[in-house]
Each structure stands twice: as structure tokens, then as C-alpha cells.
Ligand binder design. Structure first.
Ligand code: CA
Length: 243
């Protein structure tokens, strides 16, 4: 079963979430401040998922988020923010969070979200084929992607997003479908998470394109619908001077 690191200074909220985690047979630990959480996430351990409250007594929650992400690229990071703190959500997602919930958090919703994330993160029984789209190669079994000969450095959700976008090469995918397939089947909330992840995916594609010396695939916004990936043809090699 998965191990969850809970970072929450509020005793009542922390106790409720911890009870739900134990009830669902998750392992892990509960930290009440940011410094302890960073230490716990950095130590060799089996943490699969972090639930991080952004309002902590010692450190800025966004800094804690960034610190955990820089130490653990593989972990799923879910942040808890105060209601209406939209700016916190965007900053938190940019600092490496995969998902967020606003307080007050309903533990049933939190648990449903954690289950969905952990299910998706688990190794798949059937390895899908490696998929190529132009210079872009996505291997869902290995959870790796390349552009030309440069490997794309992607966080878990950026990878899932890219994999979903290229599953049917070049086809447009609606926001609803992306939210359902990459985040949660029963998503009714804001889709800000999606926009922030698309933005970071675009940056990762640009970096890889620069490294590989090939044109960057474009994640095109289709207003009022969703997104689609377009690859540009590679310039045909210049004729060499005949020697
Ligand atoms: Ca707090």
C-alpha cells in the first residue's frame, strides 16, 4: 500500500486526515511544520504522495513545495490552500504541485483524489507501445519521453498530459477529457491546474527542442475546447558539398 506524507499544522484537520489515511490503510507520517517535512521527504523513504498545507508555522508553504519537488521528482504533490487563495494555487502548481484542494477539505474528496493519483502512478499491467509523433517519442511503460535525442524532463502530471495529448497523434483533446484522464474521473472544479501544467509542458518541450536542435512541438490552445499537439516538419538536411 502507498505511503503518504501529511504536512499540516492544524491539529483538528491533521487528525481528521490522518484518521482517513489510516482507515484507508495508507502508511506514512504526519509532519506539523515545513522543515520537518522537507527532511522527511529528502530522507531515503518510500513516500509516494505528499499532502501539503500551504499555511505552515515556520516556512512559506510554496517554498516547502519547491524544496520537496527539487528532492523528489517522482512523488505526487497535492497542496491544500485557503479558500479563494487563487494566487496560492497558481504559485503552488508552478512550484511543483500536481494538484490542489481548497480548505475546508472534505476528507472523502481528498481520499478519492489520492486514490485516483496513486492508481495512475502505479505500474501498469499492460505496457502500451512506444508512440512516435514526428520527432516526439512517448513511452508510457517506461514513463519517458524524448524529442529527437533529448530526453524530456517532465514531472508526473506533465508526462501524463503529454501522453494523453499524443495518444491519438494530432487529434484535439477537450479540457474535460484531459481533466478526467490525467487528474480525476469526477472532476467538477476549476481547470487552472490544467493550464499551469500545459504552460510547464510547453517550457519543457522548448528546452528539449533547443537541446536536440529540432523544432519544438506546439501545444496549441483551442479556445473553448481544449488542446492539441502539433509537430513541425524537421528541415530537410542541407545538401553537403560533394567531396
Ligand atoms: Ca495551516
Amino acid at each position: 500500500m502507498a505511503d503518504v506524507l501529511l504536512v499540516e499544522d492544524d491539529e483538528t484537520i491533521g487528525r481528521n486526515i490522518q484518521a482517513a489515511l489510516v482507515g484507508a490503510r495508507y502508511g506514512g507520517l504526519w509532519c506539523r511544520d515545513g522543515a520537518t517535512a522537507i527532511e522527511a521527504a529528502a530522507s531515503p523513504c518510500t513516500i509516494d504522495l505528499v499532502v501539503l498545507d500551504l499555511g505552515l508555522p515556520d516556512l512559506d508553504g510554496v517554498d516547502v513545495c519547491r524544496a520537496i519537488r527539487s528532492r523528489r521528482a517522482d512523488v505526487i504533490l497535492v497542496i491544500l490552500t485557503a479558500r479563494d487563495a487563487e494566487i496560492d494555487v497558481v504559485v503552488g502548481l508552478e512550484a511543483g504541485a500536481d494538484d490542489y484542494l481548497t480548505k475546508p477539505v472534505a476528507t472523502t474528496e481528498l481520499m478519492a483524489r489520492l486514490r485516483a493519483h496513486l492508481r495512475r502512478g502505479a505500474p501498469r499491467g499492460q505496457a502500451p507501445a512506444r508512440r512516435a509523433f514526428g520527432q516526439l517519442v512517448v513511452d508510457e511503460a517506461m514513463r519517458q519521453a524524448w524529442l529527437g535525442d533529448a530526453e524530456l524532463m517532465l514531472r508526473a502530471k506533465e508526462f501524463d498530459l503529454l501522453a494523453r495529448l499524443v495518444r491519438i497523434s494530432g487529434a484535439a483533446v477537450s479540457r474535460t477529457t484531459l481533466m478526467a484522464d490525467v487528474w480525476d474521473q469526477n472532476w467538477h472544479g476549476s481547470t487552472k491546474t490544467l493550464d499551469v501544467h500545459v504552460a510547464s509542458l510547453r517550457r519543457a518541450l522548448d528546452r528539449a527542442a533547443l537541446a536536440a536542435g529540432v523544432p519544438a512541438p506546439v501545444v496549441e490552445t483551442l479556445r473553448g475546447f481544449g488542446y492539441r499537439v502539433k509537430v513541425l516538419p524537421t528541415e530537410s538536411p542541407r545538401p553537403t558539398d560533394g567531396i
